[in-house]
Design a protein around this ligand. Structure first.
Ligand code: NAD
Length: 370
């Protein structure tokens, strides 16, 4: 195999898996770190899970003012509480919004995070933080926000409703797919991304047919972890730039937005990268080429997965309107990576967002099948 010249950075993190063992693993981690003043971050909806997970540790502060996309004001309040109470460890129990708030504290206070994820967003495995102010979401990279330890326990995710499990799992799949062509994509993060995609494409139908299936739930956690590791290494591609604008400016829900936009970015980009398209189609459970070329096969395989999952399809169902399109296109154009396999133009971006708004079934090159 001949590889391009590239530099790959692997982030240092302790990762612990064990269904039904989160409380034991959190207690061991707190003891190992010698932490005395623990601030637990969990939203009210996640509180019951957090109480179970933290049953064997002494908690100094419970902090539950969690809002999606981390508004700056909420971050400042959490930072002030952590400082006033002299906290030396953050334990986040919840989805991406919860770990996002813990990251905002870690960013300025330098306190380590032990993350116990309850969705498939994958934020726990990245050194990316996000904050929202004045309808604009800002993201940045800082190793201080990378959780020191991640504790995965599939039993904590069985309460995640099926529709949210699907959307969140497709958010994980979007990390995989964007990592194939993001600015720092390389053979290592592509391999992680494709294994993550394989795991998620197997796991999500299992969760839909039996939400209590711990094997499927654990496989989804494994896939979402790999997806986030690949994403942290490869950086934000076009897909993430689009979703940051839709979330930050139009306040669309994170997981559903990623789930919807993903198919259109795949349809736009795969004709320009046929080898990757074939590998993606195989990872998603298809063949490299089912007769319509690798790009057509990848898009078709993804469309079949969406049918099986009854996945979210239309941005219009989540608050975006036709009147928002022009501003969204302009904002995404400013951020679109120049390295995107298919050059991004106002025209193809407008088609992409309008199709995603209406839920048009995508086909390669965004030639819609109407
Ligand atoms: P979320 O954290 O907002 O959770 C969605 C809802 O599900 C919330 O109401 C939450 O309380 C509830 N929930 C979570 N776990 C549950 C469970 N097990 N059972 C029942 N309900 C549960 O959504 P998300 O999609 O996990 O995260 C979205 C946020 O994460 C966004 O702000 C996004 O920007 C951020 N994110 C950041 C990164 C990164 O690398 N920095 C990566 C992915 C996502």
């Amino acid at each position: 195999m001949v590889l391009d010249v590239f530099e790959h950075v692997t982030l240092g993190q302790r990762v612990v898996f064990g269904a039904g063992r989160a409380a034991e693993h959190v207690a061991a981690e707190v003891a190992r770190r010698g932490a005395g003043r623990v601030m637990v971050v969990a939203s009210p909806r996640e509180r019951e899970i957090a109480e179970r997970v933290c049953a064997r540790i002494e908690v100094g502060v419970w902090f539950d003012d969690v809002v999606q996309h981390v508004p700056v004001g909420k971050a400042q309040r959490a930072r002030a509480v952590a400082a006033e109470r002299g906290m030396d460890l953050l334990v986040s129990v919840g989805g991406g919004s919860t770990v996002g708030l813990a990251k905002a504290v870690a960013l300025t206070a330098g306190i380590p995070i032990v993350a116990v994820p309850t969705t498939y967003a994958g934020s726990e495995a990245t050194n990316v933080w996000g904050l929202t102010e004045d309808r604009t979401k800002t993201t940045g990279v800082d190793d201080r926000v990378l959780p020191a330890t991640v504790i995965y326990d599939a039993t904590l995710t069985t309460s995640l409703p099926v529709d949210l499990s699907v959307a969140s799992g497709l958010n994980g799949l979007a990390h995989c797919v964007d990592s194939l062509w993001a600015p720092r994509a390389d053979p290592i993060n592509q391999a992680l991304a494709l294994e993550g995609a394989r795991a998620l494409a197997l796991a999500l139908p299992g969760i839909v047919s039996d939400p209590a299936d711990l094997t499927a739930r654990e496989r989804a956690l494994y896939g979402c972890y790999l997806s986030a590791v690949a994403f942290a290494s490869a950086g934000s591609g076009l897909h993430h730039k689009i979703c940051h604008v839709l979330g930050g400016t139009f306040d669309l829900p994170h997981a559903q937005t990623h789930a919807i936009v993903l198919r259109y970015v795949v349809a736009l980009n795969t004709p320009a990268v046929p080898e990757l398209a074939g590998r993606l189609a195989v990872a998603l459970g298809g063949s490299a080429d089912e007769g319509q070329g690798p790009a057509g096969t990848a898009v078709e395989t993804l469309n079949r997965l969406y049918e099986t999952l009854d996945a979210p399809r239309r941005l219009a169902d989540h608050g975006l309107t036709e009147g928002d399109l022009a501003e969204a296109v302009s904002r995404v154009l400013e951020a679109a990576p120049p390295s995107n396999p298919t050059p991004v133009t106002r025209e193809n971006l407008t088609i992409l967002l309008r199709d995603a708004l209406e839920g048009v079934t995508p086909s390669p090159g965004l030639q819609p099948v109407r």
